[in-house]
Ligand binder design. Structure first.
Ligand SMILES: *[C@@H]1O[C@H](CO)[C@@H](O)[C@H](O)[C@H]1NC(C)=O
Ligand SMILES: *[C@@H]1O[C@H](CO)[C@@H](O)[C@H](O)[C@H]1NC(C)=O
Length: 462
């Protein structure tokens, strides 16, 4: 029965493709149809790191609520296709599935920045296409893993008018991050709080962008609420090198918040009865000591997100101050989701569970309905086609996704016609974050591999 339902989804998807969903939209009666270069919309893209939907983290971000959820469209069924930073980010920025980018891991030989380069993708991803369409492009924060203090210029990431990247092995060092601007050498920010550093850089790029007449794309990719990672030596973070993963670190001003908050005790939280594939089914029920540790880990994530929320608030303030808020699409998402204690798992991602793959997506902008939640099934693969369509760029015929209908007219036109499944895949190891590991018999480094097509549409959300 389930198979039958998904087969219907497939037919619908094929039909949608036949209608050429990447053809430029015509909002025929609206003002945006007469597009002079100056009136083309700007795009600001916030990409958080490891932020969940299912652990309710968004509920602790008042600015995200005020500026995005209340004023835009929230996708309840948006998915990353690989629940791991680098393959997910490469999927997001190239518009191609991981089995087509061949970037399936965070480190070489199967992933990381060197793999993105060797697969020829540095010449074929979103910022290049946006520049071809006449956009100025800016990026600050974490781009990919294994983008390091040594390989940052071999070559430089292409396509950016302005860039200021976090570099490994200091990417997740909340209080000692290293940044690399344009073609300058890396600079250490020892003692500065990472999200406050990115906030300054993002505001700087926004000011640069508004000084010109061209429309712009600005991506802001803070590291929160990812775990804090300290590396003993070496330039990469690999399972073989000594490194320590601890809860994320809050800005001093947020460190005492949320003292009584706990991980939501949902059905899957530390269940009495184990389930799932063998390595997960073998996990013992977590002790009360472990659960208390996980609750504090959870609070640390919420505290770390507070500076991200301030950053969002500041950027909206600037957009308003410059009078460009009404002509700017603002997107908020995360590379992948996160679990803490669900299915008895220690903090981490990499699995196919909803906690890991269902991620935030909120979009606000011209003609996007306000304060609405949608059940359209979408994935990161769809974001490049969506952005290309928003800016009126030439559609690409070798992408794996379909533009997401965002404006009122398109949403009603597409109702029931979009695909109801997403392709999820995973190709590597699972890492337990925090101090407890997987179990007494440590399973870290366990190789997991799955390629799955899951159905998430109406009536068959699993
Ligand atoms: C994918 O990457 C692997 C590992 O580097 C390599 O052996 C393989 O040839 C690549 N495949 C393609 C199609 O590029
Ligand atoms: C901070 O990072 C720099 C490299 O950017 C490194 O040389 C220094 O040792 C680090 N400081 C600490 C306290 O780890």
């Amino acid at each position: 029965m389930k198979f039958l339902t998904s087969a219907v989804g497939l037919v619908t998807f094929t039909a949608a493709l036949a209608r050429d969903p990447q053809a430029p939209l015509s909002e025929s009666s609206s003002a945006s149809s007469a597009k002079s270069p100056q009136s083309r919309p700007n795009i600001v893209f916030f990409l958080a790191d490891d932020q969940d939907v299912h652990l309710d983290s968004l509920a602790y971000q008042p600015a995200v609520h005020r500026h995005l959820i209340d004023e835009g469209l929230t996708f309840r069924r948006h998915f990353c296709t690989v629940a791991l930073c680098c393959p997910s980010r490469v999927n997001l920025w190239t518009g191609k599935a991981a089995h087509n980018t061949n970037v399936t891991d965070i480190n070489p030989p199967y992933g990381g920045y060197p793999k993105f380069v060797s697969q020829g993708l540095n010449g074929h991803y979103l910022p290049i296409w946006l520049q071809e369409a006449g956009y100025r492009t800016y990026y600050t924060g974490k781009l990919f893993n294994a983008h390091t203090v040594e390989n940052y210029n071999e070559p430089f990431p292409a396509g950016w008018t302005g860039s200021d990247f976090l570099l490994d092995p200091f990417t997740y060092s909340y209080l000692n991050s290293t940044w690399q601007r344009n073609t300058d050498p890396p600079v250490s920010h020892e003692g500065d709080y990472t999200t406050d550093v990115i906030s300054q850089k993002a505001k700087g790029f926004l000011k640069d962008a508004v000084e010109t007449e061209d429309p712009f794309f600005l991506a802001i990719a803070p590291v929160a609420p990812h775990s804090n990672v300290e590396v003993d030596h070496g330039t990469q973070i690999t399972p073989d090198a000594p490194f320590k993963v601890t809860p994320p670190i809050a800005a001093e001003r947020h460190k005492d918040l949320f003292k009584n908050v706990q991980i939501p005790r949902t059905e899957h939280f530390n269940p009495d009865k184990a389930s799932g594939v063998s390595w997960i089914r073998q996990l013992p029920k977590q002790s009360s000591v472990q659960v208390e540790y996980n609750d504090e880990f959870y609070r640390s994530r919420l505290r770390a997100l507070q500076a991200v929320d301030e950053l969002v608030d500041d950027i909206f303030g600037l957009l308003e101050q410059h009078g460009i808020l009404d002509n700017t699409y603002v997107i908020y998402s995360s590379d992948n989701g996160y679990h803490i204690g669900q299915h008895r798992l220690p903090p981490g991602k990499e699995c196919g569970y909803e906690e890991d793959v269902n991620v935030p997506l909120i979009v606000r902008g011209p003609n996007v309905p306000k304060g609405i939640t949608t059940d359209q099934v979408t994935s990161h693969t769809d974001l490049v086609p969506t952005i290309l369509e928003l800016v009126g760029a030439q559609p690409k015929d070798d992408l794996d996704g379909t533009a997401i209908p965002l404006r009122e007219a398109e949403i009603s036109r597409s109702d029931g016609r979009r695909h109801e499944h997403v392709n999820l895949e995973y190709w590597g190891f699972a890492l337990a974050e925090g101090k407890y590991g997987f179990a007494e018999e440590d399973l870290s480094g366990k190789l997991i591999l799955f390629v799955a097509c899951t159905c998430h549409g109406h009536g068959f959300l699993q």
